[in-house]
Design a protein around this ligand. Structure first.
Ligand code: ADP
Length: 227
């Protein structure tokens, strides 16, 4: 269990695809001035080294498989030991398995780092609508949204004028599958953190603009720390 006497320094962020988790992590990073640690980003970075380890990671990630617990635990362990994490950090995409959850809790407890878990909740129909409205420009990488950020001319990229496309994994059937798999994968982790007695909050990720939602999460941490 996290030690209530220690100020919360680790934020463990969960949220389904399309919940705006990445956006929240960045906003919270700016607000609390603590680094955002995304294991997905770290692994993609590591994949760029074309050595044996980079290749092993690439094969797993490209297959949609998880990288081994041992490797990810070690990577996170090293990362959170760095100087810029001294005041705190945000974990995004980690832990992803019960074994990772056990490892991080043990590591944080050993270092007297208290943690707080936030599950960003967004109605799945809202997510499906959000993702189905996304339009990508394959030419320059710009992303639009028919509801929140429409292109000036329908179907055409504002930036470079090329046609916009729907990404295969944003199509409704695929999104439903991704959400189901998120649920199956994440439920045991959320149960683990609740049972373990962690400070655990479900935060509505869709009832306000992203900066307001981030503010609420920052407030949760500050309130827990009695600030
Ligand atoms: P997504 O949310 O689409 O899965 P991420 O950027 O979080 O994207 O992760 C990309 C890939 O990196 C995952 O599919 C998985 O192969 C690997 N990965 C990321 N985090 C972990 C983790 N904690 N444990 C194992 N593999 C991970």
């Amino acid at each position: 269990m996290s030690d209530a006497r220690e100020p919360v320094r680790a934020l463990i962020l969960f949220g389904p695809p399309g919940s705006g988790k990445g956006t929240q992590a960045k906003l919270i990073q700016d607000c609390l001035r603590i680094p955002h640690i995304s294991t997905g980003d770290m692994l993609r970075d590591r994949m760029r080294h074309s050595d044996d380890l980079g290749e092993v990671i690439r094969r797993l990630v490209d297959n949609g498989d998880l990288v081994t617990d041992e490797l990810v635990n070690q990577m996170v362990d090293e990362r959170i030991g760095q100087a810029d994490c001294a005041a705190g950090f945000i974990l995004d995409g980690y832990p992803r398995t019960l074994s990772q959850a056990g490892a991080i809790c043990q590591r944080l407890a050993e270092q007297s780092i208290a943690w707080l878990v936030v599950h960003l909740k967004v109605d799945y129909n809202v997510i499906i609508r959000r993702l189905a409205g996304r339009r990508h420009c394959l030419e320059c990488g710009a992303v639009f949204n028919l509801e929140s950020n429409p292109p000036k001319a329908a179907g055409v990229c504002d930036v470079c004028g090329n046609p916009l496309t729907v990404r295969e994994d944003d199509r409704e059937q695929v999104v439903r599958k991704r959400l189901e798999s998120y649920d199956a994968r994440t439920r045991p982790l959320l149960e683990f953190f609740s049972a373990e007695g962690s400070a655990f909050y479900e935060v509505d990720g869709a009832d306000a603009p992203p900066p307001q939602i981030a503010m609420r999460i920052c407030e949760l941490i500050r309130n827990t720390n009695g600030e």
